[in-house]
Design a protein around this ligand. Structure first.
Ligand code: CO
Length: 153
């Protein structure tokens, strides 16, 4: 495993649309292992592959002692709303309130290509929505509707 460099807002790669994973092979596993190490080192909640400049539809999440890997996800159901503060490892030192669904169902694949369906609520649902957006080049600041970003520059 190796740490990867997290790109930040000024890098236009963050705005690109990631491509589906075709091969569930060793190069994918190496990416996932590196993303896990990078996420844990940075004490973040989630990390999308695009944030380490790899345009694949992959993200990892670490919330409440739960760690999981998400490949080629589709959000199939959204219910309710929640509003709360959000930050991003690619926008260090900032956060802003964002409205998200309170409950989402997501279909995706694990690292071996096995299909998984997960329903998540509250903070986990927020994390999934945030990471899912990254795959389409969307950042949480796009949802703030002129809301004030708080934190250090
Ligand atoms: Co982010």
């Amino acid at each position: 495993m190796a740490l990867r460099k997290i790109i930040t807002l000024e890098n236009e790669t963050l705005r690109k649309v990631s491509k589906p994973v075709k091969f569930f092979d060793e190069s994918l596993w190496e990416l996932l292992d590196d993303m896990k190490e990078t996420l844990i080192k940075s004490t973040g909640v989630g990390l999308a592959a695009v944030q380490v400049a790899v345009l694949k539809r992959v993200f990892v999440i670490s919330v409440n002692n739960t760690y999981f890997e998400v490949i080629n996800p589709t959000i199939t159901k959204k219910e309710g709303t929640q509003r709360g503060p959000e930050g991003c490892l690619s926008i260090p030192g900032k956060q802003c309130s964002v409205t998200r669904p309170n409950k989402v169902t997501v279909e995706f694949f694990d690292r071996f290509g096995n299909p998984i369906t997960l329903t998540a609520t509250e903070f986990m649902a927020r994390a999934i929505c945030h990471e899912y957006d990254h795959l389409d080049g969307i950042l949480y600041i796009d949802h703030t509707k002129g809301g004030k970003l708080e934190g250090q520059l």
